[in-house]
Design a protein around this ligand. Structure first.
Ligand SMILES: Nc1ncnc2c1ncn2[C@@H]1O[C@H](COP(=O)(O)OP(=O)(O)OP(=O)(O)O)[C@@H](O)[C@H]1O
Length: 212
């Protein structure tokens, strides 16, 4: 059974290649690492899977359909962290998380509990009343991960989730992601951390070196 499939998927802009023809398939519950040097196309591939980047050729399907970020079913199936999401300067971390949890169906009370749980899970509960502009870069990354994982999803796409994290936080991240995969979530993760990939993923898709 396949939940994510790419066949000769490639992207070029003005004849410059962003992603060389790439084929792979992922079964439900798999954890696939996308690896390769800077510029090899990892982010581009994740953007294609998230429906944020059109293919120049080939095909990609998520549960048999082309990615479409406007489609409610597609959005409910897939959560992605591809750079920092848009955030409000006037909401605290707890309020951001509760808002996202409530928008995916939790009651206000449950959403507030889920927000506290997510802050605890990522070790940032003492920052719950801070605004995003009051965080360090590593704290911001932990918060962005919490914001991505608080909502339900069958498929998680993460672009270098280890970026800006110290060794202790990378360990914590590996624990959280390994637990999420163990609970049945399909994970596709671009990463430069062999350690994180080794802890969390069971397969690797190595993109060819700088194709530009
Ligand atoms: N909008 C764009 N226009 C032209 N080229 C682009 C554009 N965005 C990215 N590229 C090029 O596409 C190639 C792939 O970029 P991408 O960001 O997917 O690489 P990556 O593997 O994620 O790199 P890194 O490890 O540095 O994050 C690079 O050569 C990059 O310069």
């Amino acid at each position: 059974m396949t939940i994510v499939e790419a066949r000769d998927a490639h992207v070029a802009i003005d004849k410059v290649s962003l992603l060389a023809p790439t084929s792979f398939s992922v079964a439900p519950g798999d954890a696939l690492a996308v690896t390769g040097s800077n510029g090899s196309g990892k982010t581009t591939l994740l953007r294609v899977l998230a429906g944020k980047q059109q293919l120049t050729g080939g095909s990609v399907t998520i549960a048999g359909e082309a990615p479409n970020e406007k489609d409610a079913e597609f959005r409910a199936r897939l959560a992605a962290l591809l750079g920092l999401p848009p955030l409000s300067r006037s909401l605290t971390l707890h309020e951001h998380l509760a808002l996202v949890a409530a928008s995916w169906g939790d009651s206000v009370e449950l959403a507030r509990e889920a927000a506290s749980d997510a802050l605890r899970q990522f070790g940032i509960q003492r920052l719950q009343r801070r605004f995003v502009h009051e965080l360090s870069s590593g704290q911001t990354q932990m918060f962005a991960l919490a914001l991505t994982l608080i909502r339900p999803s069958e498929i998680l796409l993460l672009d270098e989730p280890e970026q800006r994290l110290d060794a202790e936080r990378r360990e914590l991240l590996a624990d959280v992601l390994a637990a999420r995969v163990a609970s049945g979530t399909t994970l596709i993760m671009a990463s430069h951390s062999a350690e994180l990939v080794g802890r969390v993923c069971d397969r690797e898709l190595a993109l060819a070196e700088d194709v530009a």
